[in-house]
Structure formats: structure tokens, C-alpha cells
Write a protein that binds this ligand. Structure first.
Ligand SMILES: Nc1ncnc2c1ncn2[C@@H]1O[C@H](COP(=O)(O)OP(=O)(O)OP(=O)(O)O)[C@@H](O)[C@H]1O
Ligand SMILES: [Mg+2]
Length: 240
């Protein structure tokens, strides 16, 4: 299934979060969204993942030639990892099991899948712990496990490794790389870490003041960005 965001605009009161943004995401690709604070990255992610409605424009998911209804069936093919710790006040196991239970999976299947995914993010020994007691790195791995356990076709991530140390970052990157390359998951990830964007993404969107200023193949973008602000941004100059 492919995604098209078409001429999307969104404002919150006086503040304009997105202005006429358009992009397409092909199934199986890995896209990084970068740009300064307040440039609209998280808003674009929420709108594209169907968590929020745009004021203008359209978000369209297409399977072959069929435009999909924005119903529960489509939403269940999409997982979103928002920024920060979004775990509920319950055990790690129950947090991760949530998506499977609402889909009506049988008890044994829930248990099997949860344990498998907790193994993948190296949290097998934290299964019974209350999620609120996890360290930042552990919590972020649990959040990722909760998003992955339902085997989504689309995975959206808002700064999944913000405030993590290199070891946790590497672990999460490895899981994302594996999900993308082996399982063909389509991934759209916001990051402030340019090295991470380079390492993982095949395509980069540079956002500035609510607009997608550059949409490019990753290697080309990081070697020769066409947009002057993008060039300054990735070379560490101040961009306002
Ligand atoms: N729920 C909201 N209510 C009011 N204003 C909002 C809301 N969400 C976003 N905005 C505003 O929209 C603009 C874009 O915000 P957004 O969070 O999308 O930026 P961002 O690129 O994700 O920034 P950051 O890198 O700091 O996370 C900002 O000016 C922000 O204040
Ligand atoms: Mg944000």
C-alpha cells in the first residue's frame, strides 16, 4: 500500500503548522523527516498516520489501484510511536499485548507474540515490571515493541531515539533496519540526528516553517542539498 499526502495544510489557532505539504511514500521504503523545532514534522506525522485530520488537502492510502477507506481495518495496518514515554501504568507485558488483545488474538497467541517481540528488544526479563519503572532506554524499547507486535505495514516514529545512549540507539536502529529490510515494513521516522537519518533512510524530507522544502534521495541530499536552508541546517549553521 502506498501513501499520498496531497496539498495538506493545518493550523492551530494562530500558528500555522503545515502549509500545502505534498509527498508520496512507496511501500517498503524508509523515509526520514528532518528540520528545525516547530517546522511541522510531528504534525505531518500525525496527519499522515491518520491520528489527526488536516484542515485542507488529503491523505490517501492506496492498495494497488484501490483507494482505501480510513476505517479501523486501515488503521490496524498502521503503527505510530509518538515522542516521549507513552506507556500505560501497567506491566510491560500488558502494554505490549494491548494491540493484539483489541484485535481479538487468543491468549496463547498474545503470549507467544509478546514474548517474541520482547526478546527482540531485549526486554524479556522486564515483562512483569510496571512500565512506569523502566529507564528511558528500556521504556523506548517497550514502546517500539508495542508498535511492532501487531506487524504493521506502516510504522511512523517521532524521534524514537531522542535522549537514548549509543547502545540503546544502536539496538533500536538494528530493529528498525531489520523490520524494513527483512519484513518490508514501510517506515517514516522523524529525527534530529543527521547521522541516524544517513544510516537508516533512503529518502529525506527537510521541513521548514510548515513546508516540505526538500524531498530527496538520502545520499544526494546529504552530499548536495539543493535547498539553501537545508544545506545550512545539515552543516550545523543556525536556521530560523
Ligand atoms: N496541538 C497543538 N496546539 C497548538 N499548536 C500546535 C499543536 N501542535 C503543533 N502546534 C504548533 O505547530 C507548529 C509545528 O509543530 P510541530 O510539533 O509539528 O513541529 P516539529 O517540527 O515536530 O517540532 P519539534 O522538532 O520541536 O518537535 C509549532 O508552531 C507548534 O507550536
Ligand atoms: Mg516534533
Amino acid at each position: 500500500m502506498n501513501l499520498t499526502v496531497k496539498n495538506v495544510s493545518k493550523r492551530y489557532g494562530e500558528s500555522v503548522a503545515l502549509q500545502d505539504c505534498s509527498l508520496t511514500v512507496q511501500q517498503g521504503t524508509f523515509t526520514a523527516i528532518i528540520g528545525p523545532n516547530g517546522s511541522g514534522k510531528s504534525t505531518l506525522l500525525r496527519v499522515a498516520s491518520l491520528l489527526e485530520e488536516p484542515d485542507r488537502g488529503e491523505v490517501i492510502y492506496v492498495d494497488g489501484t484501490r483507494v482505501l477507506e480510513k476505517d479501523i481495518a486501515l488503521r490496524r495496518r498502521i503503527s505510530v510511536v509518538l515522542s516521549g514515554n507513552t506507556l500505560f501504568n501497567d506491566s510491560v507485558f500488558n502494554n505490549v499485548a494491548f494491540g493484539l488483545r483489541i484485535r481479538g488474538y487468543k491468549r496463547e497467541m498474545v503470549s507467544e507474540k509478546v514474548h517474541e517481540i520482547l526478546g527482540l528488544v531485549q526486554l524479556s526479563n522486564r515483562s512483569r515490571r510496571n512500565a512506569r519503572t523502566l529507564s528511558t532506554g528500556e521504556a523506548q524499547r517497550a514502546v517500539l515493541a508495542r508498535a511492532l507486535v501487531t506487524e504493521p505495514e506502516y510504522l511512523f516514529l517521532d524521534e524514537p531515539t531522542a535522549s537514548l545512549d549509543p547502545l540503546n540507539t544502536e539496538l533500536i536502529e538494528a530493529v528498525l533496519r531489520e523490520s524494513s529490510s527483512r519484513n518490508g515494513m514501510t517506515i517514516v521516522m522523524i529525527t534530529h540526528n543527521m547521522f541516524q537519518a544517513k544510516r537508516l533512510a533512503e529518502r529525506v524530507l527537510f521541513m521548514y516553517r510548515g513546508r516540505v522544502k526538500e524531498d530527496a534521495e538520502s545520499n544526494r541530499f546529504f552530499t548536495t542539498p539543493r535547498d539553501e536552508l537545508a544545506r545550512r541546517f545539515i552543516s550545523g549553521e543556525m536556521v530560523w
